[in-house]
Ligand binder design. Structure first.
Ligand SMILES: C[S@@+](CC[C@H](N)C(=O)[O-])C[C@H]1O[C@@H](n2cnc3c(N)ncnc32)[C@H](O)[C@@H]1O
Length: 262
């Protein structure tokens, strides 16, 4: 990751400098000592648009279109609802039960993975193609300490891998994961989905390939699930004939049933 750099806030302390240093090493990025310099000046000097900034309260990415940082988004509200025994459409589509393994092929900021980890109570593997989004998710999940303790436990049960899912899926053995899940950037985005606004600039927007779905079907023991705009042709194109989601919901879940969970 050499075309980005990592620095601290303008007014910083020793802890942030040490943390920024160690992140730069971990992710193979350049560390730049901020020395109270305006960010615009450093960006110009290093001819670089995207910067990771380590502050006391959080790590964020500053891009040409604003700042983004890890946030559990709707996961907190969804977990509170689940704790009251309310239903969650994604979990219904997955038919997820305690102990089942989940591969989340499109991690983003991990809101869905948090719900999967909460329900399954076991490790969820999350794949994210963009290196900076993977970094933010990884560091945000590791540092998680939410007021809802179940959410914190779920966060610590997610393993983030920075990889394109098509490449990763090919390496997995047959029938090795219970549920394989895809939530790609929609072909026709729902622009009122505000939780996705910050990541649009960095996210991989390529359509899911039929090859990836075929591989997912080979790997899955139980189900392959695809989230998409309810009006999307992607369900047809990728072979999802069974669809679940509210009649008036803008989002639907396509299901390919592989086998019953025993
Ligand atoms: C709609 S967002 C996922 C949001 C996520 N489900 C959540 O709850 O926060 C889609 C994410 O998948 C990533 N992505 C898209 N194609 C991918 C691929 N082929 N491999 C891995 N990640 C991919 C994008 O970069 C983006 O971060």
């Amino acid at each position: 990751m050499n075309n980005f750099f990592i620095t601290t806030g303008r007014r910083t302390d020793g802890n942030c400098i040490v943390k920024a240093h160690s992140l730069a090493e971990k992710y193979n990025m350049h560390f730049i000592y901020r020395n109270n310099e305006p960010l615009a000046q450093i960006k110009k000097r290093h001819d670089c648009q995207t910067v990771i900034i380590v502050k006391k309260e959080r790590i964020s990415i500053v891009t040409s279109s604003g700042e983004l940082f890890f946030h559990p988004n709707m996961a907190q509200l969804r977990i509170k609802r689940l704790l009251k025994n309310e239903k969650d459409n994604m979990l219904t589509a997955m038919a997820l039960k305690k102990g089942m393994s989940v591969l989340d092929c499109t991690l983003g900021f991990a809101a869905d993975a948090l719900i999967s980890a909460f329900k399954s109570g076991t490790l969820v593997i999350g794949l994210e193609a963009d290196p900076l989004l993977a970094l933010i998710a990884e560091e945000g999940l590791r540092a998680a300490d939410f007021s809802v303790k179940e959410l914190t436990k779920a966060a610590h049960n997610i393993k983030v891998i920075n990889v394109n899912h098509e490449e990763y899926l090919q390496k997995l053995p047959d029938k090795s994961i219970d549920v394989v899940y895809f939530d790609p950037m929609f072909r026709h985005p729902l622009m009122d989905s505000l939780s996705l606004t910050p990541l649009r600039i960095l996210a991989d927007t390529a359509p899911v390939t039929k090859k990836s779905i075929d591989e997912a079907c080979r790997i899955a023991k139980h189900r392959v699930v695809l989230k998409e705009n309810s009006k999307s042709n992607e369900f047809d194109r990728l072979g999802f004939s069974s669809i679940c989601g509210g009649r008036y919901s803008p989002v639907h879940y396509g299901i390919i049933e592989i086998g019953k969970y025993v």
